[in-house]
Write a protein that binds this ligand. Structure first.
Ligand code: ATP
Ligand code: MG
Length: 527
């Protein structure tokens, strides 16, 4: 080692994808702007709820707010977690001990000595949290502000006990109990799950009826994404082209973790040379890598698809049909998870294109695995992609395997769509792409297949029991519109006839030539 190493430029920060952000290590947006109104509640000695989906920045924001409040000298503010209590559903005493020991450690790291809690007092089971908060608030010379992270990870009796203890101590604030306190989690307090049943919520009988307000954290705006990415440009010189910024926002809709994860793939994997500007095409590649990686955040969202109430919402959205009346609770749950959101035009949609792709690919796993061996008959003798041959191959495949494979698909309402997509995935097999466009509530799904320099547009419709009208006419008008939008001359209109009593798939599958209202020739596939 040399004695005097040359002064080197500080290491640039990085895009964080693992846990809360730290300003010295990570590119970061200022957090307080995303928490308007919270300061006022704290100054008014209010108790409140902060709820937002996973990976939106709850912990990051409240850690920063606590630091700021404490360093300004008026409050002792700290974020502590309830998560370790989640291991106990019924043993209140053990949960309390685990939680309090975690608090002790957090306080030691985050607060100056004079603001740390005293040794926790002895207290009976079911009153230890309250007694600890009381001792803490009484022992220090400033009003205590406590943010309880991951509250809704607690279950059953433990959760109810904690909430009751908070309500019980509330009148003693600010001297004998935290002057302000926040419950932080995925859900608002009335939706906390209080028993192991799927639907047992606290509801209006909440023992935490002392909250004055519920806040949520929004995703980043397009301007915020630009600002965050500009921090990387400032530190490394690497430029994001305007088209790249637009595409990054379109794909993530500003979901904070996605915004960071996409950028991380971009600067570390896709364009590691900081002298090279980042383009929209690079963003597309980074998105692919990100989706393939199955990081925890995306994987755990996909896992949610197993839950019947989540499925009841997602399934019709994928099929492009308008969901019937959905239980309000279930809709709120899916929104709270961050999986769907209310679109600007009203109605539900999957929260962003990346989540949508993750969902579909997750649903495609088993249909793809169930696919039989298929010879590449869609290539001509020179290895060129031939649409006519592909059409023959699909019809043959559908006649022979369509029925059985649909039975194996996870979501029955979109089973034929999934099988067709699995087939197309086999066709392009890494050498092309199948892009999905959704037209929610418009009764269709549009696919664009790109393979060996050729593009094929496919529109899928279903004819269900109870639909009076043959969907052919509407379908021809819609594919006309779709083709016009994509600049393509021809495509397939696939109509899955799912009405009861239509005979076997093998018998009814056929192809007809048709002309759209705009005069385009298309192949209509009945399946
Ligand atoms: N202020 C910020 N600036 C930039 N990125 C942020 C910011 N806050 C959060 N993020 C991004 O969001 C991710 C998650 O942050 P954080 O852990 O604070 O969220 P959370 O809502 O507490 O998540 P969870 O519900 O899983 O606990 C970070 O890893 C980072 O990618
Ligand atoms: Mg968190």
């Amino acid at each position: 080692m040399g004695v005097s190493a040359p002064a080197s430029r500080a290491m640039p920060r990085s895009f964080n994808t693992a846990g809360p952000c730290r300003p010295e290590l990570h590119y970061m947006l200022p957090v307080l702007r995303r928490l308007p109104g919270v300061r006022q509640i704290i100054e008014g000695e209010g108790y409140f709820v902060l709820h937002a989906p996973r990976q939106v920045g709850k912990t990051t924001s409240l850690l920063a707010l606590a630091d700021e409040l404490t360093s300004q000298g008026r409050y002792a503010a700290v974020l502590v977690s309830m998560e370790v209590g989640a291991a106990f559903a019924t043993d209140v005493g053990l949960a309390e001990l685990a939680i309090l020991s975690a608090w002790q450690r957090a306080a030691r790291h985050r607060l100056p000595v004079e603001l740390q809690p005293p040794p926790w007092p002895d207290s009976a089971v079911g009153s230890r949290i309250g007694a600890a908060l009381e001792a803490w608030a009484s022992a220090i010379g400033r009003p205590l502000v406590v943010f309880l992270d991951e509250v809704d990870s607690l279950q059953g009796e433990v959760l109810v006990s904690v909430l009751r203890q908070l309500r019980d101590g509330y009148p003693q604030r600010p001297k004998g109990f935290p002057s302000s306190l926040a419950l932080v989690g995925l859900r608002d307090v009335r939706d906390y799950k209080v028993s192991s049943g799927d639907r047992d919520r606290l509801g209006t009988a909440s023992p935490f009826n002392i909250k004055v307000e519920s806040f949520t954290l929004r995703d980043f705006t397009a301007a915020e994404v630009d600002t965050l990415y500009a921090q990387h440009t400032a530190e490394t010189g690497q430029v994001f082209e305007p088209g790249a910024l637009t595409r990054a926002f379109a794909l993530t809709r500003g979901q904070p973790w996605l915004v960071n994860a996409l950028a991380r793939q971009l600067v570390q994997v896709v364009v590691p040379d900081t002298a090279v500007p980042i383009t929209a095409a690079d963003v597309e590649r980074a998105k692919e890598i990100l989706i393939e990686r199955q990081d925890t955040h995306l994987d755990s969202l996909a896992e949610r698809l197993r839950e019947p109430r989540v499925r009841a919402i997602i399934e019709p959205m994928l099929a492009g049909t308008t969901p019937g009346t959905l239980p309000e609770d279930d809709v709120r749950f899916a929104i709270d998870l961050g999986l769907v959101r209310l679109s600007e035009g009203g109605g539900l949609e999957v929260a962003n294109p990346i989540y949508r792709e993750v969902i579909v690919r997750h649903l495609l796993v088993s249909p793809r695995a169930a696919l039989p061996q298929i010879a590449s008959t869609w290539l001509d003798a020179d290895g060129r992609f031939d649409r006519g041959r592909l059409l023959d191959a699909f019809v043959g495949f559908w006649r022979q395997h369509g029925e059985v494979l649909q039975g194996a698909a996870p979501y029955q309402e979109v089973a034929p769509h999934l099988v067709l997509m699995a087939f197309l995935a086999r066709v392009v097999n890494g050498g092309g792409s199948v892009e999905r466009e959704y037209a929610i509530g418009r009764g269709r799904m549009d696919l664009r297949v790109t393979y060996r320099g050729e593009t094929l547009a496919i529109e899928i419709k279903t004819w269900r029991t109870g639909d009076k009208k043959n969907p052919l006419k509407a379908g021809l008008a819609q594919i006309d519109e779709y083709l016009a939008g994509t600049g393509l001359e021809t495509g397939w209109l696939v109509i899955f006839d799912q009405r009861k009593g239509q005979g076997s798939v093998a018998k009814r599958t056929r192809v007809e030539a048709a002309t759209t209202p705009g005069g385009r020739g298309v192949a209509v596939v009945w399946g």
